[in-house]
Design a protein around this ligand. Structure first.
Ligand SMILES: C[S@@+](CC[C@H](N)C(=O)[O-])C[C@H]1O[C@@H](n2cnc3c(N)ncnc32)[C@H](O)[C@@H]1O
Length: 300
């Protein structure tokens, strides 16, 4: 029931009503989206406790107006992260906005694998790590912030999109301001063609969808198509990068790619044929879907 204009609307009532509207519109995570948008409207940012404590209180009119505008935009398909301007990735705040892919939780598993791979070759010489298609800088900056200080790995994030690189640079500056950024270089270029190598660890969450997968997905409509779609089968960019991997990787090097689950066998076979002798593994995400393929070359 919609509250009458003269009845007091509490924070809790507004939260319920917003979640109901989003659910009725078929949004996949209505309760979470409503909570994040209401917190943003109230100026609480990531402070969940503040919202919880204010639930019985009346919703200030300015916050009610702000929430109404945010809900309209969400219902029109804008990602929550574009509305709030930020998304947490690997425990770090990342600014995002139109023109840049919102980092996804499944990509955190690729960062975890990369950290494990780097730890396993310790002690050893510092590694050179390249994150191709860095977008907001999510993978490269999460690695930079997580690696133990004192081992001067070289970490580079690259992208073909100037918009993405500007956002990645802003994120690098913001993390550095909080003392949470390692040394990460950012480079503009098409895949890894600009890089002479060697690269010990090649990581990429490149576009991997087919055009029809984007066309049928309202949730992805406002994110940049060039960050999501790659050729008729979604594999154009991944195929080119894998073909370049033998030139870049030294003995003992490794590659980790994010994929669409349906591409697992094809990408595993591609890696196997371009990197003979490598140990190739398909790794599931938290939903059990094949999400990453890794290939590790034997040491020379
Ligand atoms: C799926 S997004 C991933 C962004 C980020 N790595 C993440 O995980 O959130 C793919 C990124 O690859 C970039 N990209 C697409 N084609 C590229 C190319 N040929 N060379 C370099 N980057 C490319 C896009 O601009 C976009 O930022």
């Amino acid at each position: 029931m919609t509250p009458r204009a003269d009845t007091v609307v509490t924070v809790q009532m507004a939260l319920r009503a917003a979640a109901r509207r989003l659910a009725d519109a078929g949004i996949a995570t209505p309760a979470l989206d409503a909570e994040v948008l209401l917190r943003h409207a109230l100026g609480f940012g990531g402070d969940r406790a503040a919202l919880f404590l204010r639930r019985p209180e009346p919703l200030p009119p300015a916050a009610a107006d702000a929430l109404a505008r945010l809900l309209e935009r969400r219902l029109a398909g804008e990602p929550v992260a574009y509305l709030t301007g930020t998304r947490e990735f690997f425990g770090l705040p990342f600014a995002v906005g139109p023109g840049v892919l919102v980092p996804r939780p499944e990509t955190e598993l690729l960062v975890e694998w990369a950290l494990g791979w780097l730890a396993a070759r310790s002690p050893g010489p510092a590694a050179t790590v390249l994150d191709v298609g860095t977008g907001s800088g999510a993978i490269a900056l999460a690695l930079g912030a997580s690696l133990p200080p004192g081992r001067p790995h070289v970490i580079v994030g690259s992208d073909v999109s100037e918009t993405a690189l500007a956002v990645a640079a802003a994120n690098r500056a913001a993390l550095a301001g909080q003392g949470r950024a390692g040394e990460v270089a950012l480079v503009r270029g098409d895949l890894a063609g600009w890089c002479r190598g060697p690269v010990d660890l090649l990581l990429a969450n490149l576009p991997y969808l087919r055009p029809d997968q984007l066309a049928g997905n309202a949730e992805l409509r406002l994110e940049p198509a060039e960050a999501l779609v790659s050729g008729p089968d979604g594999l154009a960019a991944i195929r080119r990068l894998v073909a370049d991997a033998p030139r870049l990787l030294p003995p003992g090097g490794a590659v980790g790619l994010e994929i669409d689950p349906a591409q697992a066998d094809t990408v595993a076979a591609l890696l196997g044929s371009h990197l003979p002798g490598a140990t190739v593994r398909v790794r599931p995400d938290l939903a059990g879907l094949a999400r990453h393929v890794t290939a590790e070359l034997p040491a020379g």
